[in-house]
Design a protein around this ligand. Sequence first.
Ligand code: NDP
Length: 284
Amino acid sequence: MATLIDGKKVAAEIREEIKTQIATLKTKGITPKLSVLLVGDDPASVVYARAKEKACANIGMAYELFVLPETTAESEVISLLDRLNQDQTVHGILVEFPLPKGLSKERISQAISPLKDVDGLHPVNRGHLISGNDGLFPATPQSCIELLLRYQVDLKGKDVVLVGRGETVGKPLVFMLLNQNATVTVCHTKTLTLSAHTRRADIIVAAVGQAKMITADMVKPGAIVIDAGINRTESGLTGDVDFAAVEKVAGAISPVPGGVGSLTTVLIQRNVLKAIQLQKGEPQ
Ligand code: NDP
């Protein structure tokens, strides 16, 4: 049976680390603050924004939620972001997606200062990631790396097969894996014989968005499997990996729920602390 890569346990560890750092910052008169913008009333986004509020309260991070009506003009959203960019008491800014029709994700993401961009979407931060420089990077792909590192998986030289090249997870993860010196193969819908790639992988990361598409016969015995997928099915929330079958073959596996997704909020909070260092020009 595979080792369970427990996202909740790792999230709890990181939360404790963050709490300690926040306590230290407070002694220096700095209260880390995350500002979140919610435009419209997308139900999932409302839940995520409220969940972040609670999570920030739990660790002593200040939190401010701006709820704007669906009809808000893009120029108004951008002027609010400008104001938050200038506000020295705000250290991290995040816009909940999806945005209502007519608002551009690209333009709005680019209106956030790269030094406060805790979702890691600004092209400047994308550039830092590609160059292997320090910056603010997106939480979900970071979560995949964090789970591996916290379970003492040395990525150096390993054959990692990443299934999915989406903008949110797959693409940033390619560079995070390369920065860990992994040997990375990226698979997608145009890949011929996907299983030929996955079967030789030391590590498989699934970031596809198709329930249970990684089956046991696609996994080398003993391989490590990280599942970033979130699929809502009739039987509930499920990942991209057929967990029940794959855990009999894999050496270690992350579940859904309880895996990659468990770290997202805490890694956004850690980005707020990183943003403070970047804003002060301090080395990491
Ligand atoms: P996208 O929808 O942007 O991309 C999906 C990728 O999977 C594409 O590259 C696509 O290929 C590839 N793909 C789809 N079907 C197949 C297939 N049959 N064989 C091989 N490749 C395939 O995904 P995202 O990056 O936005 O998200 C990926 C997953 O991560 C989703 O399940 C999403 O719900 C989840 N997610 C989880 C989060 C969390 O907190 N845990 C947060 C964000 C996302 P192609 O490029 O050729 O179309």
